[in-house]
Design a protein around this ligand. Structure first.
Ligand code: NAD
Length: 417
């Protein structure tokens, strides 16, 4: 959006805020804001019709102080180095605040996956993965799915990496199919975490989640299952949307029916029987208890924040609220459960998947969900305790915990040479 800060500027502002709160010095601030490694690669693809298209791919490892780098791979036309840097930085703080031993990374290719055939997607993924081989690995950097990629993408990356290195390396990616070392419960982990953190916030403010009204922007891997879990737990999901637009029914929607419609029918939620059509901007301004932005970053800005009527915003997406919007929402008493806490369930179960791969010993879905619930509950408790103690927002508190833990790791390790 014109005039809105870029995701990279937003990430820098949020870091500066945490650095000031923690009283870190300028040198540490520089260390924390500078990505450790950034790779830009050209990704040539021979199209099915015989002509050549060259895409640009990225992988940024933002910080490796607490462990190997971890973060998703995004296929989207607007993906660029600045966006990938911002998302990599968010991953660093997210892993630290959730309390798992990883640094942060992100990757992506600037392309629209729906414009490629399955064979083209496989070739472009394998070529990109081959470029990443020197950088990634189970003990170096572990990619996962993000916008526009899925478990099949991860399977191709795992296979390409394994062929190049000459041995099977299931732990090089997470979010894989279960047949090749994926974890039970991974597919729904981010959404389950969104639900758990939404409920923790509602509980903290004395609101019963049963009957609470919910709107979800984005009906992909995170949004669709978040809508389903919230519905199953007794919330009334009144609106959902995807890139084509949204649907609304004040009596409540049937998320499972919508999933079937998107998967097996029209490919979009728009036009689902028994619903009214709304736009994405209208969805963000609905009078609901809980708003879950689960599509892209920067959708709640200084322009529309004054009109947001939800009492709680639970950030399924990364960076959906700009810094200016954050301040406006805080002043208006809207509780924002920040991305690095709210959607940390995905990376938490990615960590569980990696642990299982490294041990070649797999857990049941109940065990995964139980451990996820324990991690999310602890993370929420720590963030909300600090927010209350320091009289800051949940976002600032989460950033302070994440940034503080990474700074501590740097101090403890010391500087080489
Ligand atoms: P996805 O590609 O599966 O789904 C994205 C959804 O957003 C789709 O329904 C798409 O139609 C919709 N969308 C795209 N552009 C839009 C627009 N301009 N307006 C409205 N809707 C739009 O992606 P995902 O994995 O569900 O990721 C969604 C968000 O969650 C991203 O910000 C991602 O970084 C974040 N996230 C994902 C995971 C994960 O495990 N997949 C984990 C943490 C955070």
């Amino acid at each position: 959006m014109l005039g809105s800060p870029s995701p990279w500027q937003t990430a820098q502002t949020q870091l500066a805020d945490a650095v000031a709160q923690l009283g870190l010095d300028d040198g540490m601030h520089d260390l924390l804001r500078t990505p450790r490694r950034s790779l830009t690669v050209s990704v040539p693809l021979l199209r099915d019709d015989g002509h050549l298209t060259v895409f640009t791919g990225y992988r940024v490892q933002h910080n490796l102080a607490r462990g190997p780098a971890k973060g998703g791979i995004r296929y989207h036309p607007s993906t660029d180095l600045d966006e990938v840097k911002a998302l990599a930085m968010l991953m660093t703080w997210k892993c630290a605040v959730i309390g798992i031993p990883y640094g942060g990374a992100k990757g992506g290719i600037a392309l629209e996956p729906s414009m490629l055939s399955r064979h083209e997607l496989e070739r472009v993924t394998r070529r990109y993965a081959a470029e990443l081989v020197p950088l990634i690995g189970p003990e170096k950097d572990i990619p996962a799915p993000d916008v526009g990629t899925d478990e099949q993408t991860m399977a191709w990356i795992m296979d390409t990496y394994s062929i190049h290195t000459g041995h099977i390396a299931t732990g090089v990616v997470t979010g894989k199919p279960i047949s090749i070392g994926g974890s039970a419960g991974r597919a729904g982990a981010t959404s389950r975490g969104v639900m758990l953190s939404a409920f923790a916030a509602l509980r903290e403010h004395g609101v019963d989640h049963r009957g609470a009204t919910v709107a979800v922007q984005g009906f992909g891997k995170v949004g669709a299952l978040a809508a389903q879990y919230l519905h199953d737990a007794g919330c009334r999901v009144v609106a959902v949307s995807d890139v084509k637009g949204g649907v609304y029914n004040p009596q409540g929607l049937d998320p499972l029916g919508l999933v079937r419609e998107v998967r097996d029918g029209s490919g979009t939620v728009v036009g689902y029987p028994g619903t009214d059509i709304i736009t994405n901007p209208e969805l963000l301004e609905l009078d609901v208890d809980v708003l879950v932005p689960a599509a892209l970053e920067g959708v709640i800005t200084a322009e529309n924040a004054p009109r947001v009527r939800a009492r709680f915003i639970v950030e399924g997406a990364n960076g959906p609220v700009t810094t200016e919007a954050d301040q406006i929402l805080e002043d208006r008493g809207v509780v924002v459960v920040p991305d690095i806490l709210a959607n940390g369930g995905g990376v938490a179960v990615s960590y569980f998947e990696w642990v299982q791969d490294m041990q070649a010993y797999f857990w049941t879905e109940d065990e995964v969900n139980e451990r996820l619930a324990a991690l999310m509950a602890r993370a929420y408790r720590e963030v909300s305790f600090l927010a209350t103690e320091r009289k800051v927002s949940l976002r600032t508190a989460a950033q302070m915990i994440g940034v503080g833990r990474v700074a501590e790791a740097h101090r403890t390790r010391g500087l080489y040479p």
